[in-house]
Every structure is written in structure tokens, then in C-alpha cells.
Design a protein around this ligand. Structure first.
Ligand SMILES: [Zn+2]
Length: 155
């Protein structure tokens, strides 16, 4: 597994009343993304701009689902949710479509700050090995199903 160093910042969760650490990317982070497992405990780093799976999923969404990457929302968030759902699990946990969650209680944090540095740490690079190993038909079906599911949820 590959790792990438990211900077964690101190944030406050108003739900469990705890200080928690959330990794935030810097100003030059175009095309990079931090994902978090659904329980909020683990983070993953994705360099989506050079990620083969990310562009493949985008292409399938464009060809099969009418996705236009130039349209910002809600299509872009549907696409991102689809791409995240296709990622390999981390520590047998799926990645959440929401960011950031409280690592302590799992609640969605309404806002987060990057003015109080806590520490630097290595987090795993997100992979799409399972998805990339599927046949072209299975990849297509998986993406179309996820797209429809996401679209219905956002209505
Ligand atoms: Zn909390």
C-alpha cells in the first residue's frame, strides 16, 4: 500500500464536544482529494487527476449516463459519489461520500478550519484495484447502477 503525507489540523466537533484532527490539503491541491471511511476513523488520499479509474468512471458516466463534466452540480457530486463508491475499501470499510466526518463520533462536521496545525501523518493512497479488474461490461453496469441510485437519492 502506498502512503502520502498530509497535514492534520485541530478542529472542534460540537456533537461530541471534542477536539479532533482533520487532514486538509494545501492551496495547490487541484485534482487531489481526501476521503474518509464511513465511521470517520480512517482517511485516504486520492490524486484523482492522474487516477486511471477516476477518468474511466468519468468516461462511462459521460457515455452512459449523460454526465457533462462541465456542469457543476448536482451532476458533479453524483459523479464524485459514484467514483468514491467504486474505490477499494480501507480496513474493510467503505469510504464515505461526505467529508469531513468527526473521527470521534462520526457526525458530519458542518465546517472545518486549517489554521491550527496538529501534526503531519501518512495516510494510505486510495486505490480502485477491484474496479479496474472487472470486465468492461461489469464496470459499465456498476457505474450505471450507482449513478441511478445516487440520482434518485439527490432528488
Ligand atoms: Zn464528534
Amino acid at each position: 500500500m502506498n502512503y502520502r503525507q498530509v497535514r492534520f489540523f485541530t478542529n472542534f466537533c460540537g456533537v461530541c464536544i471534542h477536539n479532533v484532527s482533520i487532514p486538509v490539503l494545501g492551496d495547490f491541491s487541484y485534482g487531489e482529494l481526501i476521503l474518509q471511511t464511513k465511521d470517520g476513523k480512517d482517511f485516504g488520499y486520492a490524486q484523482i487527476i492522474s487516477e486511471e479509474a477516476w477518468s474511466l468512471i468519468s468516461t462511462i458516466c459521460e457515455q452512459e449516463c449523460g454526465f457533462n463534466p462541465k456542469n457543476i452540480n448536482p451532476e458533479l457530486s453524483i459523479f464524485q459519489s459514484v467514483a468514491v463508491s467504486c474505490a477499494d475499501e480501507l480496513n474493510a470499510k467503505q469510504y464515505s461520500k461526505e467529508f469531513p466526518l468527526c473521527p470521534n463520533c462520526g457526525a458530519k462536521l458542518s465546517s472545518y478550519n486549517d489554521d491550527l496545525i496538529d501534526y503531519d501523518a501518512d495516510i494510505p493512497v486510495v486505490t480502485w484495484t477491484h474496479f479496474m479488474g472487472l470486465t468492461k461490461d461489469k464496470q459499465k453496469n456498476m457505474v450505471i447502477n450507482l449513478w441511478d441510485k445516487e440520482k434518485n437519492q439527490q432528488k
